[in-house]
Design a protein around this ligand. Structure first.
Ligand code: GLA
Length: 380
């Protein structure tokens, strides 16, 4: 991949890149919509991601290209504004560039830039955070600054919240930034504090991508964010992570029926993250799997961020041998299901699941058997 990215960049801009970076996509293992509520979450960086090649130029212009589309988007350096339509992807590297100044970092004044991805887009594997982190590391290499990794991760979230306009938490950027092969990343989102937890041998991840995405996905995510903050306020706390189940029950009458279910999902999900950590530490993968499936049920019924497509995959998977558990991964409202399996789960079984799905919905889900991988890094 490294050579492919360098060649493509050189052909496009007529000079080789000064730097190549890579940032992984991520799996949300458990901790659904807990991050912006100040809770905890476990994720894994995977062995697929986004590569960025970049070089400085003397002209005060930012030239962005992606292997996924033809053409170069040229943006005058200054105070860039958000892009729409086919150029929307530029908001991620441009948002990072803009956020540099807000974080007191030097911006490369002129830039040639190419992104190449081997991550399935729209699968809930956070290609956006990967693009943000790979871009941030590339710009930092060009300017020669070395801020702490925590800052790079916050920069990604800041760009997404303030430039792209999605009120996400720190999960995606945190996992892409702190990932480690054969480990999960544990985030206490309040700090935030980042840690890694060894993944027991024989644990496998399979991703089933529905290729569906709710038309109102960004609006629905923002609506859930709002509902959670409103529920916290009604319960007299800043964030739902401050609420115990007992306190939630006591304060139930202060919440709407919907607000109560949203809050219950978050409070119980934070507890499931703790229980998954304990079960992982004792190597009880069956217990981990049951908690993952319970997380999905809660998304389905209480948080209402699942879809019939995701539910069908979870149904089909949880019946099979070698599957510990399955759940939607990421924000929901489309995207992908994660199956957590032992080494015996086979491509034949994955095909069976894809077949059940295709018979019902008329199209095949994408299937990806992925491994854990390391976090964002400078490659060359
Ligand atoms: C998306 C967001 C994350 C997180 C998850 C849900 O992936 O980007 O910050 O909120 O949804 O857990």
């Amino acid at each position: 991949m490294r050579n492919k990215v360098i060649d493509q960049f050189s052909r496009l801009y007529g000079h080789p890149p000064a730097v190549v970076t890579r940032a992984p996509g991520r799996i949300e293992f458990i901790g659904n919509h807990t991050d912006y509520n100040g809770g905890t979450v476990l994720g894994a960086a995977i062995n697929h991601g986004v590569w960025v090649a970049a070089g400085k130029t003397a002209v005060p212009e930012l030239r962005f290209a992606t292997a996924a589309q033809s053409g170069v988007v040229t943006v005058p350096a200054g105070a860039p504004h958000r892009r729409n339509g086919a150029e929307r992807w530029v908001n991620y590297p441009l948002g990072i560039w803009t956020s540099f100044r807000e974080f007191g970092l030097r911006q490369p004044a002129g830039l040639d830039y190419l992104a190449v991805s081997d991550l399935p887009v729209g699968a809930g594997l956070s290609s956006s955070a990967a693009l943000e982190l790979a871009s941030a590391l590339a710009y930092l290499a060009l300017t020669g600054e070395h801020p702490p990794r925590e800052m790079v991760v916050q920069l990604g979230r800041h760009a997404e919240n303030n430039f792209v306009g999605v009120p996400c938490g720190i999960l995606d950027q945190g996992v892409s930034g702190f990932g480690k092969k054969d480990h999960l990343v544990f985030i206490d989102c309040r700090g935030p504090h980042f840690d890694t937890v060894p993944l027991p041998a024989g644990a496998h991840f399979w991703i089933f991508n529905t290729h569906t995405k709710h038309a109102l996905i960004d609006g629905l995510y923002a609506a859930r964010h709002r509902e959670c903050l409103d529920a916290a306020q009604a319960l007299g706390v800043d964030l739902l992570a401050d609420v115990t189940l007992a306190r939630l029950e006591q304060g139930k009458t202060r919440l709407s029926e919907t607000g109560y279910r949203r809050a219950r999902h978050v409070v119980e999900e934070i507890d499931r993250v703790t229980r998954v950590r304990t079960a992982l530490a004792r190597g009880d993968l069956a217990a981990v799997g049951r908690l993952l499936t319970a997380s999905h049920r809660s998304s389905q019924v209480q948080f209402e961020n699942s879809t019939t497509e995701l539910d069908l995959l979870v149904e089909a998977l949880t019946d099979l041998a070698h599957v510990y558990g399955a759940r939607l991964t990421g924000g929901g409202f489309g995207g992908a299901v994660l199956a957590f399996t032992d080494a015996g789960f086979s491509p034949v079984q994955a095909e069976q699941v894809a077949g059940v799905y295709a018979r019902k919905f008329g199209s095949r889900p994408g299937v990806l058997h992925c491994e854990t991988g390391d976090g964002a890094e400078v490659i060359a």
